[in-house]
Design a protein around this ligand. Structure first.
Ligand SMILES: [Zn+2]
Ligand SMILES: [Zn+2]
Length: 327
C-alpha cells in the first residue's frame, strides 16, 4: 500500500512568498485552459487564490485538493497532521517552553509564534472529519512538539481529542527552534557532536513519554548541513533505535528535508535507517508536504531505501492502533 502519513494543510508565516507558493500549488494540481502567463491566465490564478483564502485551509475543498493529487499519484492511505503551535488551545504550552524573552532569539521566535498561530484546533479537526466522512482514506493526526518536562501538560491537552495518531517531534532544543532558517547561525556556536547527542536525548525522552505513535524525522538537526561525521554518530543512532524499540514506537522516512532544505537528504539517513531496521523499529512514510502539489514527494525513493535496507512492511494508524501493510 502506498502511504503518505505526514503532511500538513498550511503553515505560516503568511508572506508574499507564501501567497505565491499557495497560488503555484493550486496551479500545479489544477491545470488551466488559458495560455500560461497571459492576462486571462493570471486572472484565473488570482480568482483561485482568492477562493482558497476565503474558504481557508480547514475546508473540505482544500483537503480534497490534496486527496485528488495524492490519489493520482497512487497514494492509498493518507495521514494529515497539523502543527499544534497553530492552535490557540496550545498557546500556553508553547509559551512555557519556547524561548520568547527579549534576547534576539526570543524576539524572533515570539514574532514567529504570533504569525503562525491562527485559531482553534476544532476547525482543523472538524474539516478533516467531514472529509473522512466522504470516504477518503484519511487518518487524522497532529504533530506535537516535545519539550522535556512538558509531558504531563501535553498529555492533558492531547487527551481532549479523538485522534487516529500523534506524531512527536523535536524541533526545539532548550527553547530554540533549530529548523527556523532565520536562526540557523546559532548552529555555528555549538559543538555539533554534543548538540546531536543532546538532541537525541530529547528524541529518546519523547519516545519513552508514551504520548506518541510515531517519532518524526529523527535526525532533522542536519537541516542546514551542520552535522558531525556520521562515523562518530553510529553509536548514538544505535542507542536511539534501541530506545524506540523498547518504547514500542514507530518512526518514519520523512522526505521533507530532501526536497526543500539545504541538506537534501531524507530523515533518517541511510545509516540511521539501518540501525532502526536492525532493532526492528517499524516505520511509515511521509512527504511532510505543506502544499498539495508536494504530496507523495520522493516517496518512491523512500520506499526503495526501505526495501534496500530490508524492510518488508510499513505501518499506519487508525484510532491509535498500529496497522502493518506491505508497500
Ligand atoms: Zn516536523
Ligand atoms: Zn511535519
Amino acid at each position: 500500500m502506498k502511504v503518505d502519513f505526514h503532511f500538513h494543510l498550511e503553515e505560516g508565516p503568511y508572506s508574499f512568498k507564501w501567497l505565491q507558493r499557495t497560488a503555484s500549488s493550486i496551479a500545479n494540481v489544477t491545470g488551466c485552459e488559458e495560455r500560461k502567463h497571459s492576462l486571462s491566465w493570471v486572472t484565473t490564478q488570482v480568482e483561485r487564490l482568492q477562493k482558497r483564502l476565503t474558504e481557508g485551509c480547514f475546508s473540505e475543498q482544500w483537503i480534497e485538493t490534496y486527496m485528488t493529487a495524492g490519489l493520482q499519484r497512487g497514494i492509498e492511505r493518507f495521514g494529515i497532521v497539523d502543527h499544534l503551535y497553530r492552535f490557540d488551545e496550545f498557546q500556553t504550552y508553547y509559551e512555557r517552553y519556547m524561548t520568547l524573552d527579549n534576547s534576539e532569539l526570543g524576539r524572533l521566535q515570539r514574532y514567529w509564534l504570533e504569525q503562525v498561530r491562527i485559531g482553534s484546533i476544532e476547525d482543523y479537526l472538524s474539516a478533516v472529519r467531514r472529509t473522512q466522512k466522504k470516504g477518503y482514506p484519511i487518518s487524522l493526526g497532529v504533530e506535537a512538539d516535545f519539550f522535556p518536562g512538558g509531558e504531563a501538560e501535553l498529555k492533558v491537552l492531547l487527551d481532549q481529542y479523538e485522534l487516529d495518531y500523534v506524531i512527536g517531534s523535536v524541533h526545539f532544543i532548550d527553547g530554540w527552534g533549530f529548523d527556523n532558517p532565520e536562526l540557523q547561525h546559532l548552529f555555528g556556536q555549538k559543538n555539533l557532536l554534543e548538540l546531536y547527542a543532546y538532541g537525541f536525548e530529547h528524541v529518546k525522552q519523547a519516545a519513552r513519554s508514551g504520548l506518541f505513535d510515531i517519532i518524526a524525522h529523527l535526525d532533522n538537526l542536519k537541516v542546514f548541513n551542520y552535522r558531525p561525521d556520521e562515523v562518530n554518530m553510529l553509536e548514538l543512532y544505535d542507542d536511539v533505535a534501541k530506545t524506540l524499540k523498547e518504547s514500542d514506537i514507530a518512526s518514519e522516512i520523512n522526505t521533507g528535508l530532501a526536497y526543500r532544505y539545504p541538506v537534501k537528504e531524507m530523515c533518517p539517513s541511510p545509516a540511521f535507517l539501518n540501525k532502526l531496521y536492525e532493532h526492528g523499529v517499524p516505520i511509515t512514510f511521509g512527504s511532510d508536504s505543506h502544499f498539495p502539489d508536494d504530496i507523495g514527494m520522493m516517496l518512491e525513493e523512500a520506499a526503495q531505501l526501505a526495501r534496500d535496507t530490508g524492510y518488508k512492511e510499513i505501518v499506519y494508524f487508525e484510532n491509535r492502533n498500529r496497522i502493518y501493510t506491505d508497500f
